[in-house]
Design a protein around this ligand. Sequence first.
Ligand SMILES: C[S@@+](CC[C@H](N)C(=O)[O-])C[C@H]1O[C@@H](n2cnc3c(N)ncnc32)[C@H](O)[C@@H]1O
Length: 180
Amino acid sequence: MLQVNNHLDVPFVPTPFPVVRAMLNVAELKASDQLWDIGCGDGRLVIAAALEHGVHGVGVELDPTLAQQARNEVEWAGVGHLVKIIEDDLLNVDFSEATVVMLFLLTAINLKLRPKLLMMPPGTRVISHRFAMGNWIPDAAWTLGTTPIYRWVIPHNGPELLRQLEQEPTAPNGNPTTPP
Ligand SMILES: C[S@@+](CC[C@H](N)C(=O)[O-])C[C@H]1O[C@@H](n2cnc3c(N)ncnc32)[C@H](O)[C@@H]1O
């Protein structure tokens, strides 16, 4: 029987490979990193990180067909010893072991993840393709063609920063009501 995944928060739109490479480069990966892609689609980010940088990765994907495709791609790429695919909802998953978090979702979903992200150890890198994080201003941003890539590095005062951000007045889209 046909399964309808009507609970996906974001449709599958794969990140083009030049953007994948740029996201991995700005993450400044080290061999000890644990890279998680939250909403991993066909697994291209975690697979490229394993193949090109030798890092361990975990992909989280709610769509069972895509999760299986990602597992197949992991096997074909020969990186099963480095990469795991978890089939689950991104809001249920404990990704606190990640040292690098990759996102290509929507600002509204990024904002739902923000409390967990700001509780992560200082130095954890968060890289987002296209979508920002409301009034949490990125530490760095790049544009590849017309595609923005944002990077945040979790600071030492993450929980305090979260309280401040949540108290600031924001527009309905989560952006500051006054320019920073
Ligand atoms: C825009 S695609 C990005 C895919 C991949 N990260 C990339 O950059 O190529 C977003 C992915 O998130 C998945 N997704 C949507 N809602 C989800 C949820 N609640 N939990 C886990 N994955 C979800 C979609 O199925 C899709 O594969």
